[in-house]
Design a protein around this ligand. Sequence first.
Ligand SMILES: Cc1ncc(COP(=O)(O)O)c(C=O)c1O
Length: 401
Amino acid sequence: MGSLSRAECEGLDARDPLAAVADEFPPGDPGWLYFDANSIGAMPIAAHRALGRVADEWRRLRRRGWSDADWLDGPVRLGNKLAPILGAEPGSVVVCDSTSVNLYKALRMAMTLRPERENIVAEAGAFPTDLYVAEAAARDQLAGGSLMRVEDANALAERIDRDTAVALVTHTDYRTSYRHDLASLVRRAHTHDALVVCDASHSAGAVEVGLAAAGVDFAVGCGYKYLCGGPGAPAWLYVAPRHQAQAESVIPGWMGHAEPMAMDPHYTPAEGARRHLAGTPSVAGNALMESALDLWRDVEPQAAFAKHKALSDLVIRVVEDLPSPRPMLAAPRDPARRGGFVSFRHREAEIYVRALETAKIVASYRAPDIVRFGVSPLYHRYVDVWTLGERLRSLHPERSQ
Ligand SMILES: Cc1ncc(COP(=O)(O)O)c(C=O)c1O
């Protein structure tokens, strides 16, 4: 199938219900095309204002900032802004810490809810931090548990049984962009009374996660990818409302206390998602993240997911329209099974990604043979994908017969 013309892409942009949101992102370095939303999302114009505001509050208020500005409420306020994007219930998400730290908290909470069970089941190809953290969380189970690594996505559901405390599900695989059917995995896990902890880093802000509808127990994800929270942005943690009362933080710090400023020598967890905080919130990081979350104010998440699907399909079309030899699709063709980025296999993927940079295209490489193009529904335009196709074509000259 041939790809679209520039005029057709411009037509799609003109009819795009999210077009005004793309205008909220300033261009990057002149001439560069950034397809790395899976790594670090673009900076909203409002990020400058947000940082300036925090700097000004710091200058003027100092200690009074905690009471006179909105610094302390940030993690819960941002969680509530993020919840609709994740398909999560109000009050179930908190924005804090890193994904690795939140994953440990989530896994330990889940293990504590299944004290008689020992195992965490995860895919062997999960993002490395997830495996390291899961191994530690299993080891720290009172009964001394283990991490059971299964070879592929299909095997995950089959491996869940009555010894499984937790199925750790990477919603979207960081190499292939394969996206699990969360609802069916959760059904399978719950049949065996196991809990599901989901890492949705490569989905959140790009594709539907649907945490509440799927019945997920706990979930985590990065703030700096599709959510555009900036370098080192705080991550997020979801705890299903049905677990909120029993799930106590494994790091019961003062910010998760019912009354942090009461200086009570004994820990009493706060009500709701705030109990999952440990220490002082990252005020500047939260301000940057909030400037990005606020861009979703007038965005219907389903419209964003539909645009992401259309852009990703177009990326596939422009790559498959290149003369051979060309990168071969690694991501699922079915958009319902595909996450935030589109990946391709290339025998010399690392060299290929470097060659893309000579054409001012930022993509990313994962060993051994994966090239990833990360797509954002907020700031990519159809014409960006058309330009991507033109530049790729210049790197793939037609062979003369
Ligand atoms: C799927 C996945 N999980 C976890 C992480 C780690 O996140 P953090 O650095 O916030 O701990 C990453 C980072 O890229 C990731 O891709």
